[in-house]
Design a binder for this molecule. Structure first.
Ligand SMILES: Cc1cc2nc3c(=O)[nH]c(=O)nc-3n(C[C@H](O)[C@H](O)[C@H](O)COP(=O)(O)OP(=O)(O)OC[C@H]3O[C@@H](n4cnc5c(N)ncnc54)[C@H](O)[C@@H]3O)c2cc1C
Ligand SMILES: *[C@@H]1O[C@H](CO)[C@@H](O)[C@H](O)[C@H]1NC(C)=O
Ligand SMILES: *[C@@H]1O[C@H](CO)[C@@H](O)[C@H](O)[C@H]1NC(C)=O
Length: 509
């Protein structure tokens, strides 16, 4: 499936990443540092925020991270037999530089590579099956879709090139006060248009064929976001980049990054759920007043509250995702913003696949496809079916053909019924189901995306998911909010919402 390699430009940026400098670090401090910061949620967003806030505000500030559930949030694993498997966020793009930086910093290796092979299922039969031979795949695709395929790679690469600018901006300490401004700084008006159009409209407008979009693009949006090509063009491009080569995962499970960042940032984990946040005014020694945020929370040892200078909300403020009351704010802050999160059910089955389910007559002992994507055309009830490798690849590991019992992961919009399972599998010895409210239901054109700044020093990290939801997006948002919180605290407006950064920083390379 993957024909491309890293662009030269991207490699240059990787170089910059190692050596980039921050002119800001030495700026004189105009104001005392904050004393206490709260972060709500210990997924990759919240823990990356802890890491970057520590970087910005130094060792003196106390950082508390609230999390009632397991560290990692939507990065989670289940144990089947002797091994663990990812049930949520699984793959990371080679140019996701923050995720790369985290594992380097934490000394966690990437998971060992396992070869993979892709096929596309239309609900009745396989319409495409990848060959072991690059040239065979290439000619088949060329035959069927002309140059659509190559053009798609170029299209994704051109978006990725602009996307990569954010790393340079952040390296130089620039931050953005809204999702729209962040997107605009990366890709100008064209990125705002991308977010406001469906992927289908965008690609048709760029001359891609409807057949190609239905046969090739939609299977990719279905496996990555459980939705059709009517998702927005930006998350669509992120999704297509997820079909590139060089994708990786974290050895031992992606959630290890979250606990690693928490530890590295010397934050305190408070195992409690935040129930409400309100503004409190307190007098100071000098006779003026100062505002604090009172965070109320409930944990195993009952309920309590604490005052903070800065608060970062790192969980979606949406129905079914969290329930936080914001009291005494003016204008009011809602507990839930408009829009819904999309359900994706991950069912992990340790068993024997019924290859006939896929409409193939190949004997199971010859069937070595690892990832079956699906089109919507003939009513497939599943979004994808993959042979799953454990989070840690043991020495000598080699995934066998479908005639062997192994772990399969099915993504579907609804839980699988017993009957559906019996149709798909000849036998099994364990089934583990996780129902995720996984990512936003994307329905462009979009009303405004939710704000990064909910109030003075109260920030909302997951607003970024309405452009695209991915581990790296949460990490980018985390760094942006740490910079934004720092600059706003110290009144350094020259590092916020600057226009034309791309042109201005070009000379700095
Ligand atoms: C099935 C699936 C597949 C995916 N595949 C990929 C992929 O391959 N690659 C990729 O990059 N991304 C993928 N994603 C998306 C990715 O997992 C998410 O974008 C990312 O993990 C979001 O991280 P987060 O920290 O922002 O939010 P979350 O991980 O949701 O973290 C929020 C945390 O806040 C906690 N919380 C909620 N309410 C409260 C409260 N009141 N008080 C305190 N804490 C609270 C929650 O318990 C949770 O731990 C996938 C997601 C799913 C579900
Ligand atoms: C997206 O479209 C909506 C409705 O058409 C419009 O109100 C909004 O301003 C647009 N947003 C952007 C970022 O272009
Ligand atoms: C395997 O799948 C085929 C096609 O859906 C179905 O006809 C058959 O009954 C299934 N086999 C078993 C044992 O369920």
């Amino acid at each position: 499936m993957s024909l491309r390699s890293l662009s030269l430009r991207a490699l240059l940026l990787l170089g910059l990443w190692q050596t980039g400098r921050r002119s800001l670090a030495s700026a004189p401090e105009l104001k005392e540092q904050p004393k206490k910061i709260a972060i709500v949620g210990a997924g990759i967003g919240g823990t990356a925020a802890a890491y970057y806030l520590r970087q910005e505000f130094g060792p003196g500030v106390k950082i508390d991270v609230f999390e009632p559930n397991a560290i990692g949030g939507r990065l989670a694993t289940v144990r089947i037999g002797d091994y663990e498997y990812e049930t949520g966020g699984a793959i990371i793009h080679p140019l996701n530089l923050h995720m790369k930086h985290f594992i380097d910093k934490l000394g966690i290796p990437p998971r060992k590579d396992v070869s993979s092979k892709m096929a596309i299922f239309d609900g009745k039969e396989l319409t495409f099956e990848e060959s072991d031979w690059f040239i065979v795949n290439f000619l088949r695709l060329l035959w069927r879709y002309g140059f659509n395929f190559l053009r798609m790679q170029m299209w994704v690469e051109s978006i990725l090139d602009k996307f990569m600018r954010i790393y340079q901006y952040q390296q130089y300490g620039y931050s953005f006060s809204s999702v729209e401004k962040l997107l605009h700084a990366m890709g100008g008006d064209s990125f705002l248009t991308l977010v406001n159009q469906t992927l289908e409209e965008t690609m048709i407008g760029d001359g891609f064929s409807q057949v190609f979009i239905n046969d090739v693009v939609e299977p990719i949006t279905r496996v990555n976001y459980g939705q059709s090509v009517r998702i927005n063009g930006f998350v669509g491009a992120v999704s297509l980049a997820g079909a590139d080569s060089g994708l990786w995962a974290v050895d031992g499970g992606n959630k290890r990054v979250c606990s690693g960042l928490l530890y590295h940032s010397k934050s305190e984990l408070i195992p409690a759920g935040v129930t409400s946040i309100s503004v409190k005014v307190r007098p100071t020694k000098t006779g003026s007043t100062v505002n604090y945020y009172e965070v109320n929370y409930v944990g195993e040892s009952g309920s309590a509250h604490s005052l903070y200078d800065i608060v970062v909300i790192a969980t979606p403020l949406h129905q079914g995702k969290s329930d936080i009351t914001f009291s005494s704010f003016s204008p009011p802050i809602p507990s839930h913003y408009p829009g819904r999160y999309h359900q994706t059910v991950a069912t992990l089955v340790h068993g024997l696949l019924n290859v006939s389910y896929l409409g193939t007559t190949e004997p199971a002992s010859d069937f070595t496809v690892s990832d079956v994507l699906t089109t919507a055309s003939k009513g497939s009830i599943i979004n994808s079916l993959s042979s799953l490798d454990p989070v840690h690849i043991p020495p000598g590991y080699k995934p066998g053909p479908a005639s062997q019992t192994k772990v399969w992961k099915v993504f579907s919009p609804e839980p699988l019924t017993q009957e559906q399972l019996q149709n798909m599998f000849l036998s099994w010895d364990s089934v583990s189901e996780t129902q995720w409210l996984a990512y936003p239901t994307y329905n462009p054109p979009q009303r405004k995306t939710p704000p990064f700044i909910l109030h003075n020093r109260l920030y909302y990290l997951n607003a970024v998911e309405w452009a695209a939801s991915a581990m790296e997006m949460s990490a980018i948002s985390a760094r942006n909010l740490a910079l934004l919180a720092h600059h706003r605290w110290h009144g350094q407006t020259s590092k916020i919402d600057q226009e034309d950064l791309h042109t201005r920083l070009r000379g700095e390379l």
